[in-house]
Design a protein around this ligand. Structure first.
Ligand code: SF4
Length: 370
């Protein structure tokens, strides 16, 4: 391929190009101002783990999440007061708000009336089709998006009797709910079909992708604590995205939700779906003669202000693979004996003492990008 100024360098962008050409065709919905589905960018969402009625703490968490890169926020609505307080958040924040509803259709209706841009329901636990229809009527009036959120823990008994807890059961459950919405002329829908099992989640979305064209909210539910949850979410969400499936993502961690946003961003960057700072670093080995692990962490910390810039920075331990990787990146360092080489756009710039490498790398990047 002949590279032009506008084409991505050959080592970058392939995943993104594959993704764009393979992306599943869906309808497009608007959650507030945010488009989801079709060719809209994959959005990142999270859910507050505060009590929704605690305005101070919840607003602080939303602002922290927005600063980290959250684009849609979901709030739990377990009672009437939580539904009513959505009005307050709607005035205070810019990103779309989704109200998370279980069991009580009246809470869904109140959330919509108090400014929720979307609601998430599992129609299976709302009680009856008549109650779901009441939600649909109000959602139509307010142009509110409804996520039909099917979960392996709450599939209807008649479906479980037929399929057990399987991907097929999740799909059949989702299709049953979709029919109810479509029969009532409501298509402002996005779907999720989550299990805590990664293979089951992947299978369910793959199957659903074959039989409907609504946008998907994807994620692995109850994925676990930071370490295992990050791995499960990355495999589940990453596999689907690599196949072109998924329109908005939620990483679910038993931890501070800000960490969910960080993981989500890394998943999108790893697949070249989103641009951003990418730091490549080697695992170190017996050839390493500089304190590379510390240096890599230092580089990561120091370059944090540039995390939204489309930069690739290599931090390599030695001259074997180091210079090669460092040359392919926009910037890089490759270690030698108590010193290292500094690279810029494929060229060796200078030799620097090991303890001055990070600062020299930083100064070089600042000179170029600011
Ligand atoms: Fe070892 Fe060099 Fe490879 Fe790093 S780049 S793992 S130091 S051979």
């Amino acid at each position: 391929m002949v590279e032009t100024v506008n084409s991505p360098p050959s080592w970058r962008g392939k995943g993104w190009l594959n993704y764009m050409t393979n992306r599943r065709q869906t309808t497009m919905i608007r959650l507030g101002q945010l488009p989801i589905g079709s060719d809209a960018p994959i959005s990142i969402q999270s859910m507050c783990n505060t009590h929704t009625t605690d305005k101070v703490y919840t607003l602080k968490q939303i602002n922290d999440l927005v600063e980290a890169g959250c684009e849609v926020i979901r709030l739990a609505v377990p009672d009437l007061e939580s539904a009513q307080v959505i009005q307050f958040y709607r005035k205070e924040i810019q990103i779309p708000i989704v109200a998370d509803i279980h069991f009580d259709y009246k809470l869904a209706i109140e959330s919509i009336k108090h400014g929720a841009d979307g609601i998430r329901i599992n129609p299976g636990n709302i009680g009856s089709d008549e109650k779901v229809k009441k939600i649909i009527e109000v959602a139509k009036e307010y142009n509110t998006v409804i996520r039909i959120g099917v979960n392996s823990g709450s599939v209807a008994k008649h479906i479980l009797d037929k399929h057990g807890v399987t991907a097929q059961a999740l799909v059949e459950s989702a299709l049953e709910h979709i029919r109810l919405f479509e029969d009532n002329d409501f298509t402002n829908i996005k779907l999720s079909a989550k299990a805590s099992s990664v293979p089951m989640t992947i299978d369910a979305y793959r199957l659903l992708a074959k039989v409907c064209n609504y946008p998907f909210h994807i994620g692995v539910t109850e994925a676990g604590t930071e370490f295992s949850g990050t791995i499960k979410s990355s495999i589940g969400i990453g596999t689907l995205l690599a196949e072109g499936i998924g329109d908005t993502i939620r990483v679910s961690l038993t931890d501070d939700p800000v960490k969910e946003i960080k993981v989500a961003k890394e998943i999108l960057k790893a697949l070249d779906i989103r641009k951003g700072l990418e730091i490549i670093s080697c695992p170190t080995c017996g050839r390493t003669n500089i304190p590379l692990i510390e240096l890599a962490h230092e580089v990561e910390k120091k370059l944090k202000p540039f995390e939204n810039l489309d930069l690739k920075v290599a931090v390599m331990g030695c001259e074997v693979n180091g210079p090669g990787e460092a040359r392919e990146a926009d910037y890089g360092i490759a270690g030698g004996k108590n010193e290292g080489l500094l690279f810029q756009k494929g060229k060796v710039i200078q030799k620097v003492k090991a303890d001055e490498l990070v600062q020299a790398l930083y100064d070089m990047i600042v000179r170029d990008v600011l």
